[in-house]
Design a protein around this ligand. Structure first.
Ligand code: AMP
Ligand code: FE
Ligand code: FE
Ligand code: ZN
Length: 289
């Protein structure tokens, strides 16, 4: 790694805007990161790159460096897995096709969830459309916001704990590629794939180590270990695995505006790790102030 780093920390590489399920515009997210003292950030909306241009303009006007990013929906062993992807080519055919397929399937899935909820509560699809940014990747958070707007629940969190919980009976999943395919697609697009919040539900429910080792052989670059939802026991296992394979380890907030209590900069990624991400990513460039 060269000594002339062109970015500065502190760095928070996991932030959401209204391009997916954050509650603020990409420019406002950059401003929120800036007031918390961050100098390098990534916008990582779910399954879309549509916020990149706005984020780059806002970040650089505030003197920050932006790493273009995304949180790519995938599944591993029957469970939902989120894959952070940095510095990939946004025009890569294989990756784009998959992102579009996920976004499209998310719409029909959300409509079906809303139809089921609508049998028991005064909720209509129009309510959800009202809560969703134009062209945004739609998800349960938008249904949650519609439930709040209708006065059925008090907060997003309350909606997830009750009506949107899989056990409530309204839930269904959406299409997402297998995690091995997701890692391969991001790597093939010149990107840096890092598993987001990989151990939110303890060791038992985390992807097993042999699967993680297979993903590493396919190009998985690291794990987001400093995240408020990761469990301590899972982190211990993954820090060891990361060390053994010389992987990248990141820390981030997963900011969603008012949609979650997470605050920009509550966890950060070290300068060495940011430098490694920048050195590995070949599909797009960091945007420097
Ligand atoms: P979906 O991908 O449509 O199933 O929705 C999952 C998204 O909901 C995640 O990306 C989180 O950002 C958000 N989420 C999950 N649990 C909660 C919660 N308790 N409060 C607020 N947002 C949540
Ligand atoms: Fe989210
Ligand atoms: Fe996530
Ligand atoms: Zn996220």
């Amino acid at each position: 790694m060269s000594g002339d780093r062109r970015f500065e920390g502190p760095s928070d590489l996991h932030l959401h805007s209204v391009h997916s399920d954050g509650t603020e515009s990409a420019a406002d997210v950059m401003a929120a990161a800036h007031v918390r003292g961050l100098r390098t950030v990534a916008l990582t909306d779910h399954d879309t790159t549509s916020g990149w241009t706005e984020a780059a303009e806002a970040a650089t006007s505030l003197g920050m460096t932006l790493l273009p990013g995304m949180e790519f929906s995938a599944h591993g062993e029957g469970r939902s897995v989120h894959l952070l992807a940095y510095l990939f080519d946004p025009d890569d055919r294989g990756l784009r096709t998959e992102m579009e397929r996920i976004r499209e399937d998310r719409v029909g899935r959300a409509e079906r969830i809303v139809r089921r909820i609508g049998r028991d509560y005064a909720l209509e699809w129009e309510d959800v459309v009202e809560q969703t940014g134009d062209g945004a990747t739609v998800g349960r958070p938008h249904i949650a916001d519609a439930l709040v707007a209708r006065g059925i629940v008090a907060t997003r969190g309350a909606a997830f704990d009750t009506i949107l919980h899989p056990r409530a009976g309204y839930y269904e999943g959406h299409y997402a590629p297998d995690i091995a395919k997701a890692v391969s697609l991001v790597a093939a697009a010149g990107g840096v794939p890092i598993v987001a919040h990989p151990t939110t539900a303890g060791r038992a429910r985390m992807m097993p180590v042999p699967l993680l080792e297979r993903l590493i052989s396919l190009g998985l670059a690291g794990f987001e270990l400093e995240h408020r939802e990761n469990t301590a026991e899972g982190k211990r296992v993954l820090y060891r695995l990361a060390e053994r394979h010389d992987l990248i380890v990141t820390g981030s907030s997963d900011y969603h505006g008012l949609g979650k209590p997470n605050i920009p900069g509550e966890n950060t990624t070290s300068d060495d790790m940011v430098a490694r991400i920048i050195a590995l990513g070949t599909g797009s460039s960091p945007v420097y102030a």
